[in-house]
Design a protein around this ligand. Structure first.
Ligand code: NDP
Length: 298
């Protein structure tokens, strides 16, 4: 069993989550075999937190990579923290467990470490999946404060969500949502922490390039690091669990080295100053839905 250098934090249910996760989403044009290859390399490099979702369409490949690394003795099942996400077509309570079981089958696993609701809806059926032992922890994604409060104030709530996975980077630093989550002992997990994959039709092509920001560049230069490492380190130092997607071996390794250095309090303040509440992934197709989360301030 290979130990990872990646520290963990304890969630409100007592389970732990590695602070740096490997993102497995890639655009439709990317061959699925790339995902399998990259997930294997990620495990070899030391990533132990793998972030997946049914809707990414590559759970089988992620599962094959995990199984291969278990088979060759590099890791055991317990070393890997595997996240899955309940897609929006399966929110009816009776569809939740079958959806989770399909994900488990795709991944060739008998439990998930974390199962989260991809977009805001109901939570009760998720609690039942935890009780059935199919998942160790349950959380949410893309919930705004009001939606989190609705869950937290729900009569008969059995388990608080352990996390809220949201877009978070220096241009959308989510400081208010982060403060709220911390006050409720909910971990904020950052996606698109490197500025997203800028998929055409999803992300406006005029969006600023986060990793080309001159302020991030100057801080990176000062520490002899890259802007990507600075963007990831920024999250780690503010108590955010951060995801990084790269299917490129060099960048995937580079991102893991975000664990190896420190930004100064002054650097952190300067990066805080880059916030402009700019969201790359607006998910506009859901804009008319009553639960669309991004109309509230946070
Ligand atoms: P990121 O912001 O993590 O990465 C964006 C792009 O940056 C990648 O395409 C990658 O390309 C490139 N990159 C990676 N490392 C570096 C580096 N060091 N320097 C320069 N470029 C780099 O992407 P995502 O938006 O995909 O977010 C990460 C993960 O978060 C997803 O894969 C998914 O698991 C999750 N997610 C969850 C969502 C939700 O609704 N809950 C929504 C969106 C994402 P390359 O591969 O070529 O290196």
């Amino acid at each position: 069993m290979a130990l990872s250098r990646c520290p963990t934090v304890t969630m409100n249910d007592g389970n732990t989550i590695p602070i740096l996760g490997f993102g497995t989403y890639s655009s439709k044009g990317t061959p699925k075999s790339d995902c399998e290859m990259a997930t294997k390399v990620a495990i070899e490099v030391g990533y132990r937190h793998i972030d997946g979702a049914f809707v990414y369409g590559n759970e089988k490949e992620v599962g094959q990579a995990i199984q291969a690394k278990i088979a060759d003795g590099m890791v055991t099942r317990k070393d890997i923290f595997c996240t899955g996400k309940l897609w929006s077509t399966c929110h009816r309570p009776e569809l939740v467990r079958p959806a989770l079981e399909e994900t488990l089958k795709n991944l060739q696993l008998d439990y998930l470490d974390l199962y989260i609701i991809h977009f805001p809806v109901s939570f009760k059926a998720m609690e039942k999946c935890k009780d059935a032992g199919l998942v160790k922890s349950i959380g949410v994604s893309n919930f705004n404060r009001r939606q989190l409060e609705m869950i937290l104030n729900k009569a008969g709530l059995k388990y608080k969500p352990v996390c809220n996975q949201v877009e978070c980077h220096p241009y959308l630093n989510q400081s208010k949502l982060l403060e709220f989550c911390k006050s409720k002992d909910i971990i904020l997990v950052a996606y698109s922490a490197l500025g997203s994959q800028r998929e055409p039709r999803v992300v406006d092509e005029k969006s600023p390039f986060l990793l080309e920001d001159p302020v991030l560049g100057a801080i990176a230069k000062k520490h002899n690091r890259t802007p990507g490492q600075v963007a990831l380190r920024y999250q780690i130092q503010r108590g955010v669990v951060v995801l990084a997607k790269s299917f490129n071996e060099k960048r995937l390794k580079e991102n893991f080295q975000a664990l190896d250095f420190q930004l100064t309090p002054e650097d952190m303040k300067v990066i805080d100053g880059l916030n402009r509440n700019f969201r790359y992934l607006k998910f506009r197709v859901y804009q008319e839905h009553p639960n669309y989360p991004f109309n509230d301030e946070y």
